[in-house]
Ligand binder design. Structure first.
Ligand code: CAA
Length: 258
């Protein structure tokens, strides 16, 4: 499928999805968000694909929602269109892991999009921010909630209220990103991580994604109980038998995703 605002390639069971609106630093307009939601849904259904990497350019992952598209809208337009809700909910329904690979600007909706992925690897040039305050608005696709959970209230308030940017070192220190690598290595690092994930039992991979995400939605006690029951349930899978037998026999497991 050809896209106007994305470049999608599949290699070694990993899909690389590149945001591609260089003229606007990959600003998220309705077309891009709709194409991204459709592309990720297709990749989620594609048996050849076992993990997804979402990236931008060296200059920008995405510089936010498209300000030019939004600027003339009124409340009724935004409310009636339910701006970005359907597409962002679609992203969150993808069951395969999505790694955000961020270089350059990840601002506003761009930072929020990265946080909707399962984890973020960034390069030394990354700059994260929620500068909506400078436009007289607030984050609109989860920034106030997700950034607060990632980095805590104090830093989140600072970012949202002052609109300042956070560099890669601060993002790693604060737990927003899992690793920082040189710009030139970013996509390779993310693709290597994705290939590693693609080599695991896909039953266990989906379970891990669901179970970690559960920690955002429930209490500690309920989350631990959910994890324990799912852990028990995996003993009904062939891949659990294979993984544990391979360990005892000192060989690599041959997972069959069953
Ligand atoms: N929307 C639309 N166009 C954008 C854009 C955005 N968010 N960000 C950058 N662009 C466009 C610029 O208008 C410019 O286009 P023209 O050449 O046609 O003028 C082009 O991309 C290059 O940008 P700059 O010339 O500004 O590049 P720079 O290197 O000087 O500055 C920047 C880079 C600091 C990222 C600056 O572009 C900027 O501040 N962008 C806006 C960031 C922002 O406020 N994001 C939040 C948006 S609101 C939001 O996201 C709400 C939400 O939560 C859903």
């Amino acid at each position: 499928m050809a896209w106007d605002t994305l470049i999608v390639e599949v290699e070694d069971n990993v899909a690389l999805v590149r945001l591609n609106r260089p003229e606007a630093l990959n600003a998220l307009n309705s077309q891009l968000m709709s194409e991204l939601a459709r592309a990720l849904t297709e990749l989620d259904r594609d048996d050849q694909v076992r993990c997804i990497v979402l990236t931008g350019s060296d200059k920008a992952f995405a510089a936010g929602a498209d300000i030019k598209e939004m600027s003339t809208k009124g409340f009724v337009d935004m409310f009636t269109e339910d701006f970005f809700t359907a597409d962002s909910e679609t992203l969150l329904r993808v069951r395969k892991p999505i790694i955000a690979a961020v270089s350059g600007y990840a601002l506003g909706g761009g930072c929020e999009l990265a946080m909707m992925c399962d984890f973020i690897i960034c390069s030394e040039s990354a700059k994260f921010g929620q500068p909506e305050i400078n436009l007289g608005v607030v984050a609109g696709i989860g920034g106030t909630q997700r950034l607060t959970r990632f980095v805590g209230k104090s830093k989140s308030m600072d970012m949202h209220l002052t609109g300042r940017f956070m560099d890669a070192a601060e993002a790693e220190r604060s737990g927003l990103v899992s690793r920082v690598v040189p710009v030139a290595d970013l996509v390779k690092e993310a693709m290597d991580a994705a290939r590693k994930i693609a080599s695991k039992s896909q039953v266990a991979v989906k379970v891990v994604k669901e179970t970690v995400n559960r920690s955002y939605e429930t209490t500690l006690r309920e989350g631990v109980l959910y994890e324990r029951r799912i852990f028990h349930a995996l003993f009904a899978s062939e891949d659990q038998k294979e993984g544990m037998a391979a360990f005892s026999e000192k060989r690599q497991p041959q997972f069959r995703d069953r």
